[in-house]
Ligand binder design. Structure first.
Ligand code: URA
Length: 209
C-alpha cells in the first residue's frame, strides 16, 4: 500500500473512532508530502485550523510559513500535523488524557511517514517525545527518537508574543538541510539501544549543542 493510501486509511479509522475526545471539533488530520523527510508536529488545532481542517493556517501558521521560506524551504516539502487532532475548547491547553487518546494515531502517522527529522513545535509537542524536556533549555538541540532526529523548537504562537524567539525558530529551521544530508552517517554512528531502554520515551544522547 502506498503511504498516501495508508494515511487515508488511518484518517478513516480516526474519523470513525467515537471514543476519541473533543468530538465537537473538526478532525484536523495533517497535510503535506507523504514522502516528506521532515515532519513538523504542533500541539492542537486552533480556531482557523478547525474552520479549514488544516494544521497551522492561523496567525501562528502564517509566521511558521514565513520562517520556513526564510530558511529556504517550502511548507509543501514537509508533513505537518499535531499531537492532538481536534481543537480544545477556547484553545485551552490539551489535557494529558487527550494527548494519550490521540497518541496511537500519531504513532501510526509517524510510522507511515517515517521521517528522518521530527520538529516538535512547542512544549507540549516536545514533552510528547521528551517527557523531561524543557523548551527554553532544549529548543534547537538534536535528539534521537526511534530512527528520527528530533529537534524541539519554540512554538510559533510563542514567537507572536515574544519576538526574540523568532530567531531561535529560524535558526532551527536553517539546520534542516544539514541534518537531512548527514542523517545516514549519523544513523550509522549511532549508539545501539540497550535492552532496557524505552525507545519511545527515553531521551537519547544529544548529538549537537
Ligand atoms: N497551533 C498548533 O499547535 N497547531 C496548529 O495546527 C495551529 C496552531
Amino acid at each position: 500500500m502506498t503511504k498516501e493510501l495508508e494515511l487515508a486509511k488511518l484518517l478513516r479509522e480516526m474519523a470513525n473512532d467515537a471514543l476519541l475526545p473533543l468530538h465537537e471539533s473538526r478532525l484536523v488530520f495533517g497535510e503535506g508530502d507523504p514522502d516528506a523527510e521532515v515532519m513538523l508536529i504542533g500541539e492542537a488545532p486552533g480556531f482557523y485550523e478547525d474552520l479549514e481542517g488544516k494544521p497551522f493556517v492561523g496567525r501562528a501558521g502564517k509566521l511558521l510559513d514565513k520562517l520556513i521560506e526564510e530558511a529556504d524551504h517550502q511548507r509543501q516539502e514537509f508533513y505537518i500535523t499535531n499531537i492532538v487532532k481536534r481543537r480544545p475548547p477556547n484553545n485551552r491547553d490539551p489535557l494529558p488524557e487527550e494527548i494519550g487518546a490521540y497518541k496511537p494515531y500519531l504513532e501510526k502517522q509517524i510510522d507511515i511517514i517515517a521521517p528522518k527529522i521530527i520538529i516538535a513545535l512547542g512544549r507540549y509537542a516536545m514533552n510528547y517525545f521528551l517527557p523531561e524536556g524543557k523548551i527554553s533549555r532544549d529548543q534547537g538541540k538534536i535528539f534521537w527518537w526511534q530512527n528520527a532526529l528530533l529537534m524541539p523548537l519554540y512554538h510559533p504562537a510563542a514567537a507572536l508574543r515574544r519576538a526574540d524567539l523568532v530567531n531561535d525558530i529560524l535558526g532551527g529551521l536553517k539546520k534542516i538541510s544539514a541534518l537531512t544530508a548527514e542523517y545516514e552517517t549519523l544513523l550509522q554512528k549511532r549508539e545501539p539501544h540497550t535492552e532496557d531502554s524505552h525507545p519511545r520515551t527515553k531521551e537519547q544522547p544529544q548529538l549537537f549543542s
